[in-house]
Design a protein around this ligand. Structure first.
Ligand code: ADP
Ligand code: MG
Length: 292
C-alpha cells in the first residue's frame, strides 16, 4: 500500500463528512462482503410520529392516549417521544406516574393514578400474561404498512394499542441500490417486530431481515456471520450500537452530528446519510485497485 493513495482517499472522504480511522479500516472496507444496517435512525429518519390510537372496549381514544403518554413521559426512547408529542398535539393533559420501569427492547410500566399501566411490544404483553388476540388483526394491518404498534395494558387487561410511523430517509432507497451494486450482501437488523421490519425492508429492496432483536442480538449476528467466513461491516448509531460496531470487521458510526470520530468505529459518518457509506465503499475499492 502506498501511503499517498490512502491519504488521498481519506482526505477526500473527510471533505465529504466520511471520517476514516486509518489505512487498515479503508482496506478492510474494500474487502467486506456483508453489511448489517440498523433500521431505526439509520435507514429511517429515527423520529417516529404517532399515527393511530386504537382503544379496546371500555376505553376511548383520549383515555388510552393519556395513559400511554403519562407513562412514556419517563422514557427517553424515540417511540416514547412520539407518543408524548402526539398526545400534546391532540390536547391530552398528562397524569402523574409512579413506579416507572423500562424493560429494554420491550417497553415500559408504572402506576398512573393508582392503575397499573404497561406499554410495549407483544413480548412485553406475553411476559405480563396480557392477551392481545382481540387486537392482533388491526395491529397486523398497521405493521404491514411499516408502522410499529405498541400495546397498552391497564390493570392486567389490554386497553388498546397506539401506532407510530418512522419514514425512511429520502436518500436510503438509492443508496441501498448503489451498495448492492458494489457487491455487498445487506441485512437489516432491528429490535422492531418482524412484520414492520419486513414492510420497511420491502420498500428499500432489502431481502434479508433480522427482527425482534434484543440489545446484544446485533453482536451475536455479527459473530455468527464471521464464524461462517463472512467479512462484516455494521452501520448503526454510535451510541446504542457501540458494542456491535466494535465486533464487526468495520464499524460504521452514523450521524453523530459533530465532527468527531467514534471510538469503536473504523468509519464515522458526520451526516447520518447512507450515501456516506456508498462514498466510503467507492473510495476504498478505488484505492485498493490503485495499489494492486
Ligand atoms: P431498535 O432501536 O432496534 O428499533 P429497541 O431495542 O430500542 O429497538 O426497541 C425494540 C422494541 O421494544 C420497540 O420496537 C418497541 O416495540 C419496544 N420498546 C422499547 N422501548 C419502548 C418504549 N419506551 N415504549 C414502547 N415500546 C418500547
Ligand atoms: Mg436503535
Amino acid at each position: 500500500a502506498t501511503p499517498m493513495s490512502i491519504m488521498t482517499a481519506t482526505g477526500r472522504g473527510a471533505q465529504a463528512g466520511v471520517l476514516i480511522k486509518d489505512a487498515e479500516a479503508l482496506e478492510r472496507f474494500a474487502s467486506v462482503d456483508t453489511l448489517i444496517v440498523d433500521k431505526t435512525g439509520t435507514l429511517t429518519e429515527g423520529r417516529p410520529k404517532l399515527t393511530d390510537v386504537v382503544p379496546a372496549e371500555g376505553f376511548d381514544d383520549g383515555q388510552l392516549l393519556t395513559l400511554a403518554a403519562s407513562l412514556e413521559r419517563g422514557s427517553e426512547h424515540p417511540l416514547a417521544e412520539a407518543i408524548v408529542e402526539g398526545a400534546a398535539e391532540r390536547g391530552a393533559s398528562l397524569l402523574s406516574t409512579s413506579d416507572f420501569e423500562a424493560v429494554t427492547g420491550k417497553g415500559v410500566s408504572g402506576t398512573v393514578e393508582g392503575r397499573k399501566v404497561a406499554l410495549g411490544n407483544a413480548a412485553m404483553m406475553a411476559d405480563l400474561g396480557v392477551g392481545i388476540d382481540r387486537l392482533a388483526g388491526q395491529a397486523d394491518a398497521m405493521r404491514a404498512e411499516g408502522k410499529t404498534a405498541m400495546f397498552v395494558a391497564v390493570d392486567g387487561a389490554v386497553a388498546g394499542f397506539v401506532a407510530v410511523a418512522d419514514p425512511v430517509k429520502a436518500t436510503t432507497v438509492e443508496a441501498i441500490r448503489a451498495l448492492h451494486d458494489t457487491g455487498l450482501r445487506i441485512i437489516m437488523a432491528t429490535g422492531d417486530n418482524e412484520r414492520t421490519a419486513r414492510a420497511v425492508a420491502a420498500k428499500l429492496g432489502i431481502d434479508e431481515v433480522r427482527a425482534d432483536m434484543l440489545p446484544d442480538g446485533k453482536q451475536n449476528l455479527i459473530e455468527e456471520l464471521r464464524a461462517k467466513g463472512a467479512k462484516v461491516a455494521m452501520a448503526g448509531d454510535g451510541v446504542n450500537d457501540a458494542p456491535a460496531l466494535a465486533a464487526a470487521d468495520v464499524g460504521i458510526a452514523m450521524g453523530t452530528g459533530a465532527d468527531v470520530a467514534v471510538e469503536s468505529a473504523g468509519i464515522t459518518l458526520v451526516k447520518g446519510d447512507l450515501n456516506g457509506i456508498v462514498r466510503a465503499r467507492t473510495l476504498a475499492q478505488a484505492t485498493i485497485r490503485n495499489i494492486r
